[in-house]
Design a protein around this ligand. Structure first.
Ligand code: ADP
Length: 218
């Protein structure tokens, strides 16, 4: 599903990624762990096409992404890649339902179809009673589940999550982690998750350990 080949990345004089090779299969839930500054988020952003590598190649579902124009890359990203960040980044003026629909509408889905799928996803997240609530009216755990529904609206090939449970208390953390596995079981969804959470890392299919820009163990 995803293949990173010899990824190098520097910010000025700082070499952050030093030749990363990584493959992830469809339906796999992979965690990336390591000390702060190891390059985990940078690798996630590069695999998610939000950041460019200095050299190396990323393949997602056999598409080699560096060969795509900016426009094609942006369409590819919206259509095929979901993101969940530590802070939900929902738009405050829109309801949960509208927030989830936005990526579908950007992708020119029909309004009724986008709405039906967004409702299905929100129900799957246990949020059927919350669809007309705005983010300020939702708890931290609910907002993060809306963010997961938004990441899934276009039926992405892969979801990249950066510390998705980093701002949640332990009950909500556990619930969110359970949700990832339920989504894998129901939708065969692939997840790549940067996390400091040892409990989450211990239950993922594979844990990639990064230190100083390199994978030291997986
Ligand atoms: P991690 O996620 O493992 O904590 P990051 O990938 O966020 O590591 O960062 C790796 C290193 O790259 C850090 O030293 C960080 O300060 C630096 N870095 C990350 N993004 C940028 C950027 N846009 N500009 C300059 N330095 C950056």
């Amino acid at each position: 599903m995803i293949k990173a080949e010899k990824i190098y990345k520097s910010f000025g004089p700082l070499q952050v990624l030093k030749g990363i090779d990584l493959e992830v299969r469809k339906g796999e839930i992979v965690s990336i762990v390591g000390p702060s500054g190891a390059g985990k988020t940078t690798l996630l952003m590069i695999m998610g096409t939000l950041e460019k590598a200095d050299s190396g190649r990323i393949y997602i579902d056999n598409h080699e992404l560096s060969s795509l124009s900016e426009k094609k890359l942006s369409d590819f990203r919206n259509r095929n890649i979901g993101f969940v960040f530590q802070f939900h980044q929902l738009l405050p003026e829109f309801t949960a339902l509208e927030n989830v629909m936005i990526p579908a509408l950007i992708g020119h889905a029909k309004h009724v179809e986008a709405e039906a799928r967004a409702k299905d996803l929100l129900c799957m997240m246990g949020l059927s009673e919350r669809i007309t609530h705005k983010p300020a009216e939702l708890s931290g755990g609910e907002k993060q589940r809306v963010a997961v529904a938004r990441a899934l609206i276009n039926d992405p090939l892969v979801v990249f999550a950066d510390e998705p449970s980093g701002s949640l208390d332990s009950d909500n953390k556990e619930e969110l982690h359970k949700l990832f596995f339920e989504l894998r079981d129901k939708l065969n969804q692939t997840f790549i998750i940067v996390t400091h959470d040892e409990q989450l890392a211990s239950i993922t299919d594979r844990t990639i350990h990064m230190i100083d820009g390199q994978i030291v163990d997986q």
